[in-house]
Write a protein that binds this ligand. Structure first.
Ligand SMILES: *Cc1c(COP(=O)(O)O)cnc(C)c1O
Length: 482
């Protein structure tokens, strides 16, 4: 955002882009929204896009491309081997991360499959600041176990700590001491920690983690999927980095890591993924898996057009005017909701605005999925689609018991460069209404519960007829307004 002051003194995020392609939206009426959420088994993942007004489910693969990305897609080189397109991407990755070796994959979780198969063995421990759903599944699938060492404040919903995604160094040390360094497959740092509200780590913290890894001979792996937001926060929140360019911060950060992987569905506003490293030994082992799971080494399951878009998208990630759009819109939404008394994760992170369902609907027990119920209720009230990030997103233990999540969040993702401020204001308005009527919201219970990644395609029903009651109140307050 441009550093522009408004006469009123208000903090209004100002876009440094204009929109040149548009997609028509529809806002289904209340009756249709009630039908649609029932058809979707109260799982917002299963809603059809034609029934959704603002799609705030995810930032994955739905960020708006730039004119330069679209233009680059037209000059893609389709050769199976030796493609110029791949060379351009490889060169860009080398330039930005300063790493020599690059492997393409079809998306972020594919990198996790390759890295886990290569480095994780039965009994392995993988310490990390915080897990991501697919990361944990891949580590578990290979017989390893995730141990988290997030700072205590990382799990506090409201805080003024600018770096809630930091690794707690004492916790990391005791994990290594307890299990022994030889049991540890690698240490993982996740930029812009997805499941706890898009919270960043600091460059200083990453350097401390590197130091511990050096002392113990451990590999440091960075999940850079949400790096763009994290870079913006380092630049704006970390005193020592204020005079560094985004490029300099990225190079410094990369120099501390042994392996960097990313989902290009987020980083670079395209679709695809990749793994970079300077470690030849690990590279050679990982490389064997690429043709098996992804595709040949010069495309890894990606289309050449997507690779061209990533190359330009990565370059644009180095432009502060571009990467600040998401965080400033999110900060606007978080601040407005806080002012109206809606419980949200603070400080504002990247990725999206996160509503604290544990407090919003504190009368719903965790095993009736407060965040899932709130997601269904918000869809009914507004046509806005969010995502449950709480107990539903966890997996049952082998004995069938259900681990309760540390946090129950409704995530309202802010795909980069996609929404206008008036659309964000509409979402705020309906959330405030829902908050005033929160006592009408009740829980959900499974009708179909898949064993793995149940939140993607499981189906639920409301525990009572609360959704009809909520709709009746909506009609009373809004009349025949959509
Ligand atoms: C999205 C995401 C992934 C997985 O990437 P996909 O491209 O969706 O497979 C991994 N890690 C983090 C932090 C993510 O946000």
């Amino acid at each position: 955002m441009a550093n522009v002051k408004f006469l009123s003194g208000e903090q209004i995020p100002l876009e440094m882009h204009k929109v040149r392609i548009v997609q028509k939206l529809t806002l289904p009426n209340l009756e249709r929204r009630l039908e649609a959420i029932t058809e979707a088994g109260n799982n917002t993942f299963l809603l059809k896009n034609k029934d959704v007004f603002l799609d705030m489910l995810t930032d994955s693969g739905v960020n708006a491309m730039s004119d330069r990305q679209q233009a680059a897609m037209l000059i893609a080189d389709d050769s199976y081997a030796g493609s110029e397109t791949f060379t351009r991407l490889e060169n860009k990755v080398q330039e930005i991360f300063g790493m020599k070796l690059f492997l393409p994959t079809h998306q972020g979780r594919a990198c996790e499959n390759v890295i886990s198969q290569t480095l994780v063995q039965p009994g392995s421990i993988v310490p990390m600041n915080y897990h991501f759903t697919t990361t944990k599944s891949h580590i578990n699938l290979n017989g390893g176990q995730v141990v988290e060492a997030i700072t205590d404040e990382g799990l506090q919903v409201t805080s003024t700590n600018p770096f809630k995604g930091n690794m707690d160094i004492d916790k990391l040390n005791s994990i290594i001491e307890k299990h022994g360094a030889d049991k540890i497959a690698f240490v993982r740092m996740e930029a812009g920690t997805n499941l706890i509200g898009g919270q960043p780590f600091s460059l200083k913290n990453l350097a401390e983690v590197r130091n511990i890894c050096d002392k113990n001979g451990l590999l440091l792996v960075l999940d850079a999927s949400l790096l763009a937001d994290n870079l913006y926060f380092i630049k704006t929140r970390e005193q020592q980095c204020q005079d560094m360019s985004i490029r300099e911060i990225t190079l410094k950060l990369a120099s501390l890591c042994d392996i960097i992987y990313f989902s290009a569905r987020k980083l670079g506003c395209a679709r695809g993924g990749g793994i970079c490293t300077n470690n030849e030994e690990v590279f050679v082992k990982m490389r064997e898996l690429i043709p098996l799971y992804e595709g040949f080494l010069t495309y890894g399951g990606m289309s050449v057009r997507e690779m061209e878009a990533i190359t330009v998208g990565l370059d644009e990630t180095m432009d502060e005017d571009f990467i600040n759009q998401g965080p400033t819109f999110i900060a606007f939404m978080v601040d407005e909701l806080s002012k109206k008394g809606v419980p949200v994760v603070t400080p504002p992170g990247g990725l999206g605005c996160h509503i604290n369902a544990m407090e919003f609907v504190d009368h719903i027990p965790q095993n009736e999925y407060p965040a899932g119920a709130l997601a269904a209720a918000l869809y009914i009230a507004s046509g806005v689609r969010g995502m449950e990030r709480g107990t539903m997103s966890e997996q049952r233990n082998p004995d069938g018991t259900e681990p309760l999540s540390n946090m129950e969040l409704l995530r309202l993702a802010m795909p980069r460069r996609v929404f206008t401020l008036s659309q964000v204001k509409y979402a705020i308005d309906r959330i405030v209404w829902l908050h005033e009527n929160r006592k009408l919201i009740e829980g959900l219970t499974w009708i179909e519960e898949p064993k793995i990644l149940r939140f993607f395609f499981g189906r639920l029903k409301p525990v009572s007829n609360w959704q009809e009651k909520l709709a009746a109140k909506f009609r009373q307050d809004f009349g025949d307004s959509l």
